[in-house]
Design a protein around this ligand. Structure first.
Ligand code: BTN
Length: 242
């Protein structure tokens, strides 16, 4: 574990370690004050200093072909889901790997993979989890303290989370179980087999999430259309994404 009181982005520090060849699988970079956090789709991840869990884990999933890289996203989302399930039954995964509780975002993950030949040589799994932050710039965010009604210790929560991450990753590595992971992920996915509202091509559309592809595309049957569309991350947005 590498603890930095302050840093720009734990994903960037982890990438430097990987680049310099000095990172073993399981290395964690964790900070109390991330000043230039990065999110998905080029967004910024702002987190209040010393209030939340902000870290990156270096994995070396060279047992996974490139075509199966979405399995990493799935098992990480399931592990964070497991962690929050200890506290509440209102947990959902929001595609691809956000975690929501009662329709509010509590955790975001930015996974950056590097490829060697046909397999994934390094995966930097950057996780931001709202633990004790109370004030957010959007009403669509929440924290564990808001849900419980009292603050909790980051020192106590972090090992619990690592336990679930470790267990899910170990299972992927030892047994793979692609079909089981997919069905568990779908069962916990927000909007699965339900009507959800999206922005698509500058319009508001309703659609039902029917599946995910092996590469992680979201399969959506748009209202009034027979065809099931496959959407990548930049092609569709949930209506309340921001
Ligand atoms: C998202 O929801 O858009 C993903 C947010 C990911 C944030 C985490 S915090 C730790 C790690 N370092 C970063 O710069 N980003 C990730």
């Amino acid at each position: 574990m590498i603890y930095l009181p302050t840093c720009h982005s734990t994903n960037d520090i982890a990438a430097e370690l990987v680049h310099n060849g000095g990172a073993e699988e399981g290395t964690v970079v964790i900070t109390d004050n991330q000043v230039n956090g990065r999110g998905q789709r080029g967004s910024t991840w702002y987190t209040e200093p010393s209030s939340n869990l902000t870290f990156s884990v270096i994995l070396k999933p060279n047992f996974l072909p490139v075509a199966e890289q979405f399995l990493i996203s799935q098992v990480i989302a399931l592990a964070i889901y497991d962690y929050f399930s200890f506290y509440t039954s209102q947990v959902k995964i929001k595609w691809p790997n956000d975690i929501y509780i009662s329709d509010k975002k509590i955790s975001g993950t930015l996974i950056e993979n590097s490829i060697k030949g046909s397999t994934i040589s390094n995966s930097i799994v950057g996780i931001g989890i709202n633990i004790n932050q109370i004030n957010f710039s959007t009403p669509r965010s929440t924290s564990l303290a808001q849900i419980l009604g009292y603050p909790v210790s980051l020192h106590t929560e972090f090992p619990k989370l690592i336990h679930f991450l470790d267990a899910r990753y170990f299972k992927l590595k030892s047994m793979k179980q692609v079909a089981a992971i997919r069905s568990e992920y779908l069962n916990k996915l927000y909007g699965y087999q339900q009507s959800v509202r999206f922005f698509y091509q500058n319009e508001i559309v309703d659609g039902v999430i029917t599946d995910i592809t092996n590469s992680g595309k979201l399969c959506v049957k748009l209202k009034g259309q027979e065809k099931v569309h496959e959407f990548g991350l930049k092609e569709i947005e949930f209506l309340w994404d921001n």
